[in-house]
Write a protein that binds this ligand. Sequence first.
Ligand SMILES: [Zn+2]
Length: 230
Amino acid sequence: MTNALDSAIPVACWSCHVAQNDVTLFCPHCSKIQPAAAGDFFQVFGLRRAFRIDPEELEREFHRLSRKLHPDRFARASEREREWSLADTALLNDAYRTLKDPLYRTEYLLKLEGAEIGEQHAGKNRQDPSRVPPDLLEEVFDLNLQLEEMREAKAAGEADPVLQANLKEAKTKFEGLVEAVDEELRRQWKVWDEGNAQAREPAKTAMVRLIDRRRYLSNLVRDVTETLGA
Ligand SMILES: [Zn+2]
């Protein structure tokens, strides 16, 4: 992905030729539509990079830009402006979907800030012992045994109310752990948003670890839910 920002070269408006550093869908000078630039979703909405954003402001700006990009407005525009309006709409929708979701937003901003994050980083196999958060090794081991028992009981057509109750309890417990991760994430958001470069680095590292832990825990909760519900 090429990023207009990374090159640090201001892009000149095709119409009025005034240069600007920001990725904008419309020239702030002459209001003409600009070709979609792959880049910073925050800039699309005129927001500074931050983990905490005002969801109402995001929503307002999304609707305002959506209206400005409406195809009716480009009915008599040039061919390339019509094409840009479609590409800009796709970019706007992508940016909105990513930024309005707190987790997607966190992952996106961490990546923008150079953090390594994602499935390839998290690994696919949650049975891999090296992937289990160390403080949860024992509980995860027990839970996996219970899940296995439950699946066997179900396959044999047997009801096991005690096992079922234990799994429900485990599910509640792991859901609580997900909430604790979210709370800690929000704390780190604040540290990063309000901190200088020195404070940001450890906050970034902490968030990468938290996102990884959250993904792991969510997968566990999903497995328990599926096993209980199937
Ligand atoms: Zn312009």
